[in-house]
Design a protein around this ligand. Structure first.
Ligand SMILES: [Zn+2]
Length: 290
């Protein structure tokens, strides 16, 4: 699933390609992609005649801003956009086509068919599902170390599922959580409220640095991810831990292991990310002896 850097790359590319284009009509061939309104005919009729102003992002969602409408789109597993000339052959698994008055069209292709589109009045989209419960944007100025700790430091869940939960911090998925936890030297199964001030500080820096570097590189092309223009992101070559099971840790030379945390495949270097169980036990014994 594309995460913040991949969606941001698609956003930037799409913004260049479709901002200013006026929609003539919309064709929907897989109704279930359209979640709001439920009738694809109403969705298509509502968009006809409107002009795209910009493409924005909230978490892993794209927000296509039109004059008087907002189209919220989630790519889920394998959704992707491309801009074509209207006479170009339509590829298999193309489910939604936005025909522009200039003779080009935006096509949404989704092999797995899990992607979603919601259409809203301006301002309404941020107050209703699926965007209304989203947490803080990790690359915004509002995401300070204090804001980060206030949101999650008191929680009694494991740190990896906590970071994956979009209600606290948005945009992080399996790849960038593994990368950030490795960079911060934190075991993904540590309980949030056992992390020390120094751990939070390292994790905060790691999240910001990992996401910023990945955005600069155009995201990661794991499997078949391709951005809006069909170019490949380059960050997969810079991944330190994700997808590197059976390889050696670039930091300590130790083995990278793959395990399951919170139901998700997880990459760990146990030397760089130790579970401080023994120390905690010893401390408990010392405390109970007092
Ligand atoms: Zn290591």
């Amino acid at each position: 699933m594309p995460e913040l850097p991949e969606v941001e790359t698609v956003r930037r590319t799409l913004n260049e390609l479709i901002a200013g284009k006026q929609i003539e009509r919309v064709t929907v061939t897989l109704p279930r992609i359209i979640q709001k309104p439920q009738e694809p005919e109403i969705f298509a009729a509502a968009l006809a005649g409107h002009t795209i102003q910009s493409v924005e992002r909230r978490g892993k969602f794209l927000r296509i801003i039109l004059d008087g409408l907002v189209l919220v789109s989630h790519l889920r597993m394998e959704g992707r956009y491309g801009v074509y000339k209207q006479d170009e052959a339509v590829e298999l698994h193309t489910h939604v086509r936005f025909h522009f008055v200039d003779g080009t069209e935006l096509r949404y292709k989704d092999v797995r068919q899990f992607g979603t589109m919601h259409l809203f009045a301006p301002g309404e989209d941020l107050t209703l599902p699926p965007l209304n419960k989203l947490g803080i944007e990790p690359l915004d100025e509002a995401f300070t170390l204090q804001a980060f700790k206030k949101e999650v430091a008191h929680r009694t869940t494991k740190i990896k599922p906590l970071l994956l939960n979009q209600e606290y911090i948005v945009g992080l998925g399996n790849i960038y959580v593994d990368e950030a936890l490795f960079s911060a030297g934190i075991h993904p199964e540590r309980t949030a409220n056992t992390l020390k001030a120094a751990d939070w500080s390292r994790l905060y820096d790691a999240i910001r640095a990992t996401l910023s570097r990945a955005v600069d590189a155009g995201g990661s092309s794991i499997k078949s991810y391709v951005n809006g223009q069909g170019e490949m992101g380059m960050f997969q070559h810079e991944l330190l831990i994700y997808g590197r099971e059976k390889e050696l840790c670039r930091s300590c030379g130790g083995p990278i292991t793959k395990t399951v945390v919170g139901g998700r495949g997880t990459h760990i270097c146990l030397r760089c990310q130790p579970l401080p169980k023994l120390r905690t036990k010893a401390k408990q014994v010392r405390q109970s002896a007092k």
